[in-house]
Design a protein around this ligand. Structure first.
Ligand SMILES: [Cu+2]
Length: 184
């Protein structure tokens, strides 16, 4: 009985040590920076929008995109989002020529190559010196796959690591506990 207690304690300690490491590996691909930067004030409209992510992206058609809408809410991108050939953390989309002054919104979706998790978010920028600044703090939303409905939600800042493996690890530990209990 004493040996089993020690065994369980060692198991728990191992879990506590390895979980943060697992979580880091499994973190989603998050917004890192962009051109134009989030909340930037531009004198002239950009010709393209670039967004860098915290992880390399999984190259699969339709899984990574940038959608840019203009002041009137219509799409101003050419729907040609591509992962950069040389930098897999970079998404690029080209914009139409005719662009009005005002507030623009960039929505993004990124599929992490590290753990296959998609993530979405958005940010904004303003074109035209006279335009009033708009409150467009970078927002992020986790796309919850149906199989992981119980996964913990992301913080508003997106700073929390993805704990996709945590429920599985706890389940495995629970199974061990039950087996040990039955064994006695
Ligand atoms: Cu993830």
């Amino acid at each position: 009985m004493r040996r089993i207690t020690v065994f369980l304690l060692v198991g728990l300690l191992t879990l506590l040590v390895t979980l943060p490491l697992t979580a880091k590996i499994l973190a989603h691909a998050d917004y890192a920076r962009s051109e134009p930067a989030a909340d930037a004030m531009l004198a002239t409209p950009p010709t393209q929008v670039k967004v860098w992510f915290t992880q390399e992206l999984f190259r699969r058609e339709g899984e990574n995109w940038l959608r840019v809408t203009g002041p009137d809410g219509t799409r101003v991108d050419l729907d040609d989002t591509a992962v950069d050939d040389n930098d897999r953390t970079l998404l690029v989309v080209n914009l139409t020529d005719a662009q009005a002054d005002g507030a623009y919104r960039v929505e993004w979706r990124a599929l992490s190559a590290d753990d296959g998790h998609p993530k979405e978010g958005e940010f904004g920028f303003v074109v035209g010196a006279e335009s009033a600044p708009v409150a467009t703090a970078p927002a992020e939303a986790t796309v919850t796959p149906p199989s992981a409905a119980a996964a913990p939600a992301s913080s508003p800042s997106g700073g929390l690591p993805c704990l996709g493996a945590a429920p599985l690890a706890m389940l495995a530990l629970g199974t061990v506990l039950v087996r040990k209990r039955r064994g006695n």
